[in-house]
Design a protein around this ligand. Structure first.
Ligand SMILES: Cc1cc2nc3c(=O)[nH]c(=O)nc-3n(C[C@H](O)[C@H](O)[C@H](O)COP(=O)(O)OP(=O)(O)OC[C@H]3O[C@@H](n4cnc5c(N)ncnc54)[C@H](O)[C@@H]3O)c2cc1C
Ligand code: FES
Length: 282
């Protein structure tokens, strides 16, 4: 799996918000640019890695990078406002200052799985770490087999990036399946669990790689469902979330089992996490 050396594990680098997009109530995307043009030009990340975004005077939070890894101009983050720092970030707009450390962690094993069908299973805002995978695969289409994007949300109103799903669904060798536990009258997709969609997904389980992110209960059920279809355990990966402080494997805040999510993850193989999923305190 790919991990690149953080730009700076010390103080945050000064950056500026260059764009803000409201995705849905309480969910927004901030595109930020490092103030030092040399640092911005040198910034590289692997899909699945995250940054620590620092809201001056409030604190720092880990946020996945959702932009295209080839984009050099700005770095994208899609954020749900849940608490002190993320609600403060929600108030930022173009021109506002922000601090950034990163990228951190181990990303998805995209180089290693070249040639495979790629199945993404995401729940809720879990789609953020998967979006840069979609960009990565679409830019290198000849290196991969089918791309199957399976997204579940609790309520139809929680779905963000509807226009992206519509666009991706029209691409060759790409299938998009979306489910909501609770639908609205004009909801065009499935009503029910994300795992209901597995029967509709067209991919070769034995030659595929699956990547999951979202609530741990969803990933446990989805992982078992994919294994039951015949996906080899060694080709199943997931992205984990834990509270973080240092992001460089020193403070222990993000420990799960023997691993530190910030340093050893956030992407893990199913084998590394299967006994720990959903077990708080481990
Ligand atoms: C590797 C990694 C990647 C992440 N990527 C993203 C991302 O792309 N977009 C995004 O919006 N968030 C992401 N998160 C979660 C994000 O870091 C937290 O939501 C944030 O730290 C909350 O900080 P706060 O100060 O706003 O809330 P706090 O004041 O710390 O918490 C407010 C409330 O939110 C709850 N909460 C805190 N953290 C989480 C969490 N991780 N999940 C659900 N509820 C939580 C708390 O229990 C509390 O009830 C990621 C986390 C990790 C570890
Ligand atoms: S956040 Fe400090 S060890 Fe992971």
């Amino acid at each position: 799996m790919s991990a690149s050396r953080p730009l700076d594990a010390g103080p945050p680098l000064a950056a500026t918000v260059v764009a803000r997009v409201e995705e849905s109530p309480g969910v927004f995307t901030l595109r930020v640019r490092l103030d030092d043009p040399g640092a911005q030009a040198a910034y590289r990340f692997a899909p699945g890695q995250f940054n620590m975004l620092y809201l001056y005077g409030a604190g720092e939070v880990p946020i996945s990078i959702m932009s295209d890894p080839e984009e050099r101009d700005a770095i994208g983050h899609t954020i749900r406002a849940v608490g002190r720092v993320t609600q403060g970030l929600a108030a930022l707009g173009p021109g506002d200052a922000i601090g950034l450390r990163g990228p951190f962690g181990r990303g998805w094993p995209l180089r290693e799985v070249s040639g495979s069908d790629v199945v993404l299973v995401t729940g809720g805002l879990g789609c953020a770490p998967a979006v840069s995978v979609i960009h990565y695969v679409l830019r290198r289409r000849e290196r991969f087999g089918k791309l199957v994007i399976i997204q579940g949300v609790r309520h139809a109103d929680d779905l963000i990036w509807r226009e992206h799903y519509d666009r991706w669904a029209k691409l060759p060798a790409t299938q998009v399946l979306v489910a909501a536990d609770v639908a609205t009258p004009l909801w065009p997709w499935h009503v029910g669990r994300v795992t209901d969609l597995f029967g509709l997904a067209r991919f070769d389980p034995e030659g595929a790689v699956a990547m999951m992110c979202g609530p741990e209960g969803m990933m446990r059920t989805a992982g078992n469902g994919l294994l039951a279809l015949g996906l080899p355990e060694a080709r199943l990966y997931l992205s984990m979330e834990r509270n973080m402080q240092c992001a460089v494997g020193r403070c222990g805040h993000c420990q799960i089992g023997a691993a530190f999510v910030c340093h050893d993850g956030p992407v893990f193989s199913w084998g590394e996490m299967k006994t720990l999923l959903g077990r708080r305190g481990f």
